[in-house]
Design a protein around this ligand. Sequence first.
Ligand code: HEC
Length: 175
Amino acid sequence: MKRIAVLLTVLALPSAVLAWPWSQDMMNQPSIKPQEGVMTPFPARSVPVMGIPTKVANREESKDLVNPIAVTTASLKKGRTLFRIYCSACHGLTGKAESPVASKIGAIDLTDDYVQASLSEGWLWGTITFGSYVMPAYGVVGEQGGSNDLSVEERWHVVNYLKNGLVNETRMAAQ
Ligand code: HEC
């Protein structure tokens, strides 16, 4: 009889233990549980695990892009070479619209204030990528033709050259 009593006590023990005040103390802490309280803000410059969209769909969306390529002599040289291959046919070797076709198609002077001061680097990159009204695209195969001849980086090198080398062309050429 005694044995049965012991056995019953042993079997009943776990449920009794669960009822003890400390049996849930791992769960009931003064911490904030999931879905409780206010989430702490993400640290600066953190990104969602799914990433952030980096693709822009048109020139308008590119105008605030930040140029990731530093203005170095190497970058200016690459930009200059690409400019002479891809842009000079219409905008002229000096960018001053002195090419034979410039006046016929309305290619503009790229050294004047309109381009140098009022167009952002992102906008210039967007213009090279998506083209303009008459000007063809160099980063997408668009509606009005165009090619993706220039890589993303190459387009930034051209932007660096447009903003920092073109107006100093004589200095660049001497280097
Ligand atoms: C086939 C001729 C042609 C070529 C090649 C060309 N452009 Fe243009 N570009 C134009 C014409 C025409 C305009 C003015 C009309 C327009 O906006 O389409 C223009 C306008 C621009 C503008 C002004 C955009 C604006 O917002 O007003 C920039 C900047 C420019 N070109 C840069 C370049 C660069 C950089 C290259 C080389 C990667 C290049 N272009 C190659 C014809 C050309």
